[in-house]
Write a protein that binds this ligand. Structure first.
Ligand code: NHR
Ligand code: GAR
Length: 229
């Protein structure tokens, strides 16, 4: 058993790096909360595998360091990730947030940063790991869908789940309508989860999520008032 402790203020994850491949609305939610003073953190870099990612434009507009790496310029996935993490490490983040990052990450790089990387995934994990989650949720015919924030481990979308937000699936939903309903809950879910990480209240110990030093029995659930119930 490792000793559980509340992190000292110095070890709290104040410096955040974001990985994003797409439009960057989750990144924007972080930017807006920091500038509104409702998230005590600093964005130290935004990194992408796509030079045309909207997330990079949002970083530029907010004055945040940003970089795109071109996968085709690297001989292998591990060479790409070695350069990516060299750039990330140079920014000195305490916490790395994957927000719509669409590329598998090297297991060794992830394992070397236990408890320091989180991902927001558009499903109620462990349901619908991987891609095209909204389409698959509709095809499965369930009445509920949502989003999860989990610690990133080498096990794709299989790391310990920290928190979830649920939405109903409606009879007339298509993929776009369902994705939009989930996305509207992703932003407050990501913000509240990052707030608790920054406050040092959530941590990963021995492959389990701990809240205030105790193992969580089930993921935190985001309520309608955007607080954890
Ligand atoms: N890497 C590791 N090691 N572990 C995780 O849990 C990860 C990860 C990298 C990304 C995000 C994840 C998601 O939220 C994520 C979690 C990409 C793929 C994928 O298959 C799957 C899951 C996720 C991200 N990517 C294809 C690939 O070959 C490319 C697909 C495309 O470009 O359209 O990298 O869903
Ligand atoms: C979000 O819905 C996020 O959950 C999802 O991509 C979208 C990114 O939106 N992530 C994945 O599918 C990871 N494979 P954004 O760029 O506007 O934040």
């Amino acid at each position: 058993m490792s000793e559980l402790r509340v992190p000292s203020p110095e070890s709290r994850p104040r410096r955040i790096a974001v990985l994003a491949s797409g439009r960057g609305s989750n990144l924007q939610a972080l930017i807006d909360a920091i500038s509104a003073g409702t998230l005590q953190a600093e964005l130290v870099g935004v990194f992408s595998d796509r030079a045309d990612a909207g997330a990079l434009q949002r970083a530029r507009a907010a004055g945040i360091d940003h970089a795109a790496l071109e996968p085709k310029a690297f001989a292998s996935r591990s060479a790409f990730d070695a350069e990516l993490f060299a750039r990330i490490d140079a920014a000195g983040p305490d916490l790395i947030v994957c927000a719509g990052y669409m590329r598998l990450l090297d297991a060794g790089m992830v394992d070397a940063r236990p408890g320091r990387m989180v991902n927001i995934h558009p499903s109620l994990l462990p349901a619908f790991k991987g891609l095209r989650t909204h389409r698959r949720a509709l095809a499965a015919g369930g009445r509920e869908h949502g989003a999860s924030v989990h610690f990133v481990t080498a096990d794709l979308d299989g790391g310990p789940v920290i928190s979830q937000a649920r939405v109903p699936v409606r009879d007339d939903d298509d993929e776009a309508a369902l994705a939009a309903r989930v996305l509207a809950r992703e932003h407050p879910l990501l913000l509240e989860t990052v707030r608790w990480l920054v406050a040092g209240r959530i941590a990963l110990h021995e492959h389990q999520v701990h809240l205030d030093g105790r193992a969580l029995a089930a993921p935190l659930q985001l309520a309608a008032n955007n607080r954890f119930a």
